[in-house]
Write a protein of this length. Structure first.
Length: 231
């Protein structure tokens, strides 16, 4: 049971890790890419302003008579350079703030998720520990012996019953076979006697019919002789 519960907790733990940690890390990766692009753009703008300022200084050096006309452009270039430097600083600072905030959130969520998982696992393991500690080894072994004995007795009874049934069927089959062997000759003799009797009766009837015919013939002959004598 504890193993099943811990497996469920592990599934929940992995699901929380995917939502709270993996997704946050993905967002942090996107932040890094965006900040890198913004910083690259700001650096390129600053480099252009630096180059422009350098060119203005070169012109001011070459044409010292025109310094009054070049000063406003030089001041404007310096302002643009300061602005680009400030943008770079803002990009870096904003990224650092977001990075610290995201890392803090990710690490806090990771610790809380791990604490929840280990707390639930510890509860399940503690309950399992007490359950295992309360196992009555002697009582369970006695119950096991009783179960084995009951199963053996049931099997023996079943085997004995099957043997008796098989023995009874075998004896009945032998008695039936012996009865058939004993009665069959008698039946055949009875049939033969009956057939002989029928044949004898049929022959006797035929003889009687022949005797009757002979008597009738003799009577007819006598009547004819008497008639001749009378004439």
């Amino acid at each position: 049971n504890a193993v099943t519960v811990m497996a469920d907790y592990m599934d929940i733990h992995v699901h929380r890790m995917e939502i709270k940690i993996i997704n946050e890390m993905t967002q942090f990766e996107n932040l890094c890419k965006t900040s890198r692009d913004n910083l690259r753009t700001a650096v390129i703008a600053r480099d252009k302003e630096v180059l422009k300022q350098r060119q203005m200084l070169d012109l001011k050096t070459k044409f010292s008579a025109n310094n009054s006309a070049a000063d406003p452009e030089l001041l404007e270039t310096q302002k643009d350079l300061n602005r680009t430097n400030k943008e770079i600083d803002n990009v870096i600072c904003e990224f650092e703030k977001r990075k610290l905030s995201n890392l803090k959130t990710i690490l806090t969520d990771f610790i809380l998720i791990a604490m929840k998982f280990h707390t639930k696992s510890l509860e399940a393991l503690t309950a399992s520990y007490y359950d295992v500690s309360n196992i009555d080894e002697r009582g369970d072994f006695i119950e096991f012996q009783k179960l084995m004995k009951s199963k053996t007795e049931t099997q023996d009874k079943k085997t004995t019953k099957n043997k008796k049934a098989n023995s009874l069927r075998s004896s009945q089959s032998m008695e039936s076979l012996d009865r058939d062997q004993l009665l069959s000759p008698l039946k055949r003799m009875g049939r033969m006697s009956k057939s002989t009797k029928n044949l004898t009766e049929a022959k006797t009837d035929d003889d009687d019919d022949e005797d009757d015919d002979d008597d009738e013939d003799e009577e007819d002959d006598e009547e004819e002789d008497d008639e001749e004598d009378e004439e």
